[in-house]
Write a protein that binds this ligand. Sequence first.
Ligand SMILES: Nc1nc2c(ncn2[C@@H]2O[C@H](COP(=O)(O)OP(=O)(O)OP(=O)(O)O)[C@@H](O)[C@H]2O)c(=O)[nH]1
Ligand SMILES: [Mg+2]
Length: 296
Amino acid sequence: MRARELGRKSVVVGDRVSLVGDTSGAAGALARIVRIAERRSVLRRTADDDETTAEGRLERVVVANADQLVIVNALADPPPRTGFIDRCLVAAYDAGIEPLLCLTKADLAGPEQVLGYYAELELPYVLIRPDSDLDALRALLAGRVSVLVGHSGVGKSTLVNRLVPDASRAVGTVSAIGRGRHTSTSAVALRLPAVGADGDPGWIVDTPGVRSFGLAHVSAESLLHGFSDLVEATVDCPPNCPHTAEAADCALDAWVAAGRADPRRLASYRRLLASRSGEGDPREPERNPGDPLAGS
Ligand SMILES: Nc1nc2c(ncn2[C@@H]2O[C@H](COP(=O)(O)OP(=O)(O)OP(=O)(O)O)[C@@H](O)[C@H]2O)c(=O)[nH]1
Ligand SMILES: [Mg+2]
């Protein structure tokens, strides 16, 4: 239990805490959390993008002290959403956490379209199918705390159960419209099993599926840092350039016209900017125009 001296400070998954009392872990043992260690990183999200609404201001800490953000996207059922991946890249940069793209259900569809979109980024990725060997993923998880984020039904808990055989995380079904049913309802950190005799295998945090990864807490300037293929161009922008499509002389247009970045990435960045000011498509904010439609 939490000690009263912690006040309103909340304890989140990933926190390192000091305990007093009976720390044996035996049935009926009671220990108190008396201190939360300073957090090395904090991954946050908001319910939506608009900081002028109550939902937008409602900021949630997803996990503390994570080193790696594993962005889980299914290649089908539900269809991939590069807009979601782009948002996660922004959140990872903002939190100082390294991203890893994890494309699941590779038995149902190919990764070419998604990987093509990220061709200019040095974004590490893994492909997962039900029978795939997980050694490459285990090597990337070793020695660090990794948090899985993704829409409901993309296969986060299925993957955790394969990585941690006694995890027993419940897994759900995906409805006809390609949405999961929010099977997992709370985040859980699990220690990965040891691989061989040497080294720390790391920890994995399974989280409940999110409907959208809101970024109201990220400043417009930081938003751009999630787009490492675009950020360099803006040294040539006029002072205080808003980088929107309407902005006169925004250097991003020339950068893309010169073939130095993919125009789809610029369009995605501008969709994010628009979404923050309450424009954009509220039904599917994370679907970029090139992404497949739901149900296909
Ligand atoms: N074909 C295929 N199906 C998969 C794969 N991974 C997971 N699934 C299926 O996808 C469904 C949803 O998987 P879950 O692991 O519950 O998804 P989740 O991301 O944990 O979902 P929430 O807890 O709701 O956020 C289950 O029916 C899984 O069997 C895969 O690689 N290929
Ligand atoms: Mg789950």
